[in-house]
Design a protein around this ligand. Structure first.
Ligand SMILES: [Zn+2]
Length: 156
């Protein structure tokens, strides 16, 4: 019977389809999981600055490169808008046997404060700061107010 034989492979195809759908659902659940780090580490261009959420930075980030103050309070990320930091590239200064040395070029972090950044770079102007769209998309009103205060522009 040609009809019966024809149906069998069709059924098998449907079964495979079902499995594929299941895999997709798992992938989507992964994307929706807020505990999964989805945001890549900040990569500011040379001489540039980017705004980043502290939660998306390396866990070890704790001090402002400008004022040397804490970016976190007792290891906890502060309430908005204190959870935003400015990231740039530079060499960390350190002292060995009383001599000032410079480390490898690496990410350096600042409070979102012109004063903190200017203490390391007197040529800093707010127009050097870039805010990525996926950072802007998470902004609350407090974040927007702070950026306005610092004359940092961003596109929604
Ligand atoms: Zn600071």
């Amino acid at each position: 019977m040609p009809c019966g034989r024809g149906k069998k492979p069709h059924k098998a195809t449907q079964k495979r389809k079902g499995k594929a759908n299941k895999r997709n659902e798992t992938a989507l659940a992964y994307l929706d999981d807020p505990d999964q780090p989805q945001v890549p580490p900040p990569r500011p261009p040379d001489g540039g600055y980017v705004i980043y959420f502290l939660k998306d930075c390396d866990n070890k980030v704790s001090k402002c490169y400008g004022c040397k103050g804490n970016l976190k309070h007792e290891g906890q990320i502060p309430q908005p808008p204190g959870d935003l930091v400015v990231v740039s590239r530079g060499r960390r200064e350190y002292f060995k046997d009383g001599t000032k040395l410079y480390g490898e070029i690496n990410n350096i972090y600042f409070h979102l404060s012109e004063q903190c950044i200017k203490s390391k770079n007197t040529f800093f102007v707010p127009s050097l700061v870039y805010v990525a769209p996926y950072v802007v998309s998470q902004f609350q009103q407090d974040h927007k107010d702070l950026l306005d205060q610092c004359s940092i522009t961003y596109n929604i």
